[in-house]
Design a protein around this ligand. Structure first.
Ligand SMILES: [Zn+2]
Length: 305
C-alpha cells in the first residue's frame, strides 16, 4: 500500500513538472528546423492519388499528419495500417479518420515480436541481426503484401528504416520490411516517403529529453541508437512539405488520442498542448521526408533479408 502511494506521488510530481511549464515563443523556436529543403514537387504530379501509411503504432504518423491531411484535402484516398491501434476515449476508432479514411490492423492477433512481453524497455534499440531473429518477418510480409496489393497505392508512408525515428525496433522492423517488399518488386507502389525530422530538430529534442529521461529513470533511445548503428542520426530529408494550412487538423489529431499516447507525444513534440494550433504550427510549419524511388537507389541496410 505504502509503495503504491509513493508511485502515485511520483506520477503526480512528474505530471506537474512536465505540464506546468510553458516556454516562451523564443524558447519553443529552438526546436524548429533551421534547415531548408526543396518543397516537395512529386506528389502533385501523381495521378493515382492513393497512399498507405504503414507504421508499427498508429500514433507514429504524428511526424507526417499534416501532410496526410493536406493530401486528403487535395483528393487523395489514404488509409493507415499499423500493429497497434489506440482508440479515442469513448469511441470505437482511433483518430486517423481526422486526417484520412481511417485505420486498419495489420495482424488480428497483434503478434509480431517474439518475447515482447518480457522486455523491460521495448522501445530501446537492438542490433539489426536481433531484429531479424525476433520479429515475425514472413508473417507480416505476407499480410502486408496482400493489403498493399488490394489497395493499390502509388505512395507508401513509413518511418525511416535506419533508425526508425528514434531507435524503436518495431519502427525499424516495419520500415525495413516495406522497403524490402518495394525493392524486391513485390508491391506496386512507385515511391516511399519516409517521415523524418532534421538534424537540428533531432539534436535539440535529444538534448531537452536527456535530463527528463534521467530524472524519470528511463534509458534514452536516440543517442543509444546512433552509437549502436554507428550513425549520426536519422537519414537526412530530401524534401519538405509546408503544413501551416493543416494546423488545426494536425493539432486536433494529436490531442484526440488517449492520454497514454499524448503523454508519449510530450517527449517528442515539445509543448504541443501549451499553444494554440495556429501559433504552434506557424513555428513547426514543415514536415520532412526522405524519398525512395523505384528501383531502389538507396543502399540496403544489413537487415535486409
Ligand atoms: Zn511507435
Amino acid at each position: 500500500m505504502r509503495k503504491i502511494h509513493w508511485i502515485t506521488l511520483a506520477i503526480i510530481i512528474s505530471i506537474i513538472a512536465s505540464c506546468s511549464y510553458k516556454p516562451t515563443i523564443e524558447e519553443l523556436k529552438r526546436f524548429a528546423a533551421t534547415e531548408v529543403y526543396p518543397e516537395d514537387s512529386y506528389l502533385d504530379t501523381i495521378s493515382n492519388k492513393r497512399a498507405l501509411i504503414i507504421v508499427a503504432h498508429d500514433d507514429d504518423d504524428c511526424v507526417m499528419a499534416g501532410t496526410i491531411a493536406k493530401l486528403t484535402a487535395n483528393g487523395w484516398t489514404i488509409r493507415q495500417l499499423s500493429f497497434e491501434i489506440h482508440n479515442t476515449p469513448g469511441e470505437n476508432r482511433n483518430p486517423a479518420h481526422l486526417i484520412c479514411e481511417g485505420s486498419e490492423k495489420i495482424l488480428e492477433d497483434e503478434l509480431y515480436r517474439l518475447g515482447a512481453d518480457t522486455v523491460k524497455y521495448p522501445y530501446m534499440p537492438i542490433p539489426y541481426e536481433e531484429i531479424e531473429r525476433i520479429y515475425l518477418y514472413d508473417k507480416v510480409a505476407e499480410a502486408l503484401t496482400t493489403r498493399i496489393q488490394e489497395f493499390n497505392p502509388s505512395v507508401l508512408f513509413t518511418f525511416d528504416n535506419i533508425k526508425g525515428g528514434y531507435g524503436h525496433p518495431d519502427h525499424i522492423f516495419i520500415s525495413q520490411l516495406v522497403l524490402d517488399l518495394f525493392n524486391e518488386d513485390k508491391i506496386s507502389a512507385q515511391l516511399i516517403y519516409q517521415g523524418v525530422i532534421t538534424r537540428h530538430m533531432e539534436a535539440e529534442i535529444d538534448r531537452w529529453q536527456k535530463p527528463k529521461m534521467e530524472q524519470w529513470g528511463y534509458p534514452q533511445p536516440g543517442p543509444a541508437a546512433d552509437k549502436l548503428y554507428g550513425i549520426e542520426g536519422i537519414p537526412l530529408p530530401d524534401v519538405q512539405i509546408t503544413i501551416s494550412d493543416q494546423a488545426e487538423t494536425k493539432m486536433n489529431y494529436l490531442r484526440t488520442y488517449p492520454e497514454s499516447v499524448r503523454k508519449n507525444f510530450r517527449k517528442f513534440i515539445p509543448y504541443y498542448e501549451e499553444f494554440d494550433a495556429e501559433l504552434y504550427f506557424s513555428i513547426f510549419d514543415r514536415e520532412f521526408f526522405r524519398i525512395i524511388e523505384k528501383p531502389g537507389k538507396e543502399p540496403l541496410t544489413e537487415m535486409a533479408t
